[in-house]
Design a binder for this molecule. Structure first.
Ligand code: ATP
Length: 304
């Protein structure tokens, strides 16, 4: 699939400390890309670089095929809206005035789409109320509204649901899905709320040790999530022979372990294998969540 944002061996050093190292990522057009990583992995640094707030110390990135070294990047960046860490609001201004301020900042000639944006984030009836009297959720939605000024087609959200109550989380989720599905906006979202992220993301980038260690689509991940029974056997050769004869779907994991993608009666399986001089030493049903997938991946990556 066509990538509209990609990085090539991106690096960011603060003095001798490498906050980002050899980071290569690809965000497909129309995707909701979930960026996942531990505290300090470098997610915000990456986002700040992509938004032009910081310069990489090495490597490049392209947005819509335009390199960061190309002067045209200034124009391309206007197609990106972002909320980094917390939305930058003028607390003494109303929602409408906050938006008008943003129109001025990015140099738009008129307030086209302003009412539409306010309505979209459900702040159209806030009238003269200033942002300092907004709830946390309303402030987050106003932040999103500000990011939408200039009709961007990429939105970058750094931890968009931090601090939101359950209702606020649902509202943010629905907004993201609406903007993605109805307006075709591509998203890059960093979040520690993996369960919530999995409700919107269409692909993922996992960060560890300051680089992307794995990119995977939702479909590929779901394939990995397939319910399976891991069996540990004493005689792999005989076990495989039996599984072949039964036309079972399976995958050999090691000299002793096989993942079985079938609904099987374990007692029957144990009996059938024992007749072939193969003991089942252990079996375990598995059906992973995004969280488990992440923990396994990080465990593996940490041990590299
Ligand atoms: P979190 O999930 O906690 O927000 P993160 O993945 O967003 O973490 P970053 O904020 O990008 O991580 O920070 C990556 C590393 O770079 C951290 O160790 C941080 O202390 C360091 N760092 C970030 N900004 C600076 C800076 N301006 N000067 C020095 N070190 C910095």
């Amino acid at each position: 699939m066509e990538s509209i944002l990609e990085t090539n061996q991106l690096e960011k050093k603060y003095g001798r400390f490498q906050a980002i190292h050899d980071l290569t990522m690809h965000i497909p057009k129309g995707a909701i890309y979930g960026l996942i990583g531990k505290n300090g992995a470098g997610k915000t640094t990456l986002i700040r670089i992509l938004c032009g707030l910081q310069k990489p110390t090495a490597g490049t990135y392209q947005i819509y095929g335009i390199s960061n070294q190309n002067p045209k990047m200034i124009e391309v960046r206007k197609r990106i809206g972002a909320i980094i860490e917390s939305p930058s609001l003028c607390l003494d201004m109303t929602a409408e005035d906050n938006l008008k301020e943003q129109y001025k900042i990015i140099g738009l000639p008129n307030y086209e789409h302003l009412d539409e944006i306010l309505k979209l984030v459900r702040l159209e009836d806030t009238g003269k109320k200033t942002a300092k009297h907004f709830s946390f959720g309303m402030k987050q939605r106003l932040g999103l509204a500000i990011a939408l000024v200039g009709t961007p087609d990429i939105l970058i959200l750094d931890e968009p649901i931090n601090g939101l109550d359950p209702e606020g989380i649902i509202e943010m989720r629905e907004l993201i899905l609406k903007l993605n599905q109805e307006k075709g906006i591509t998203f890059l979202i960093s979040s520690h709320y993996l369960d919530e992220l999995s409700k919107v993301a269409t692909c993922y980038g996992f960060m560890n040790q300051h680089r992307i260690v794995k990119e995977i689509t939702k479909e590929e991940l779901e394939q990995d999530f397939r319910k399976r029974t891991e069996i540990e056997v004493s005689n792999l050769k005989e076990c495989v022979k039996y599984l072949e004869e039964m036309h079972f779907s399976y995958k050999v994991i090691s000299d002793e372990k096989v993942d079985l993608y079938e609904e099987v009666n374990v007692s029957d399986l144990v009996l059938a294998l024992s007749k072939r001089n193969c003991k089942v030493n252990h079996f375990q049903e598995k059906g992973e969540s995004l969280e488990n997938y992440y923990l396994n991946l990080m465990g593996g990556a940490d041990n590299e």
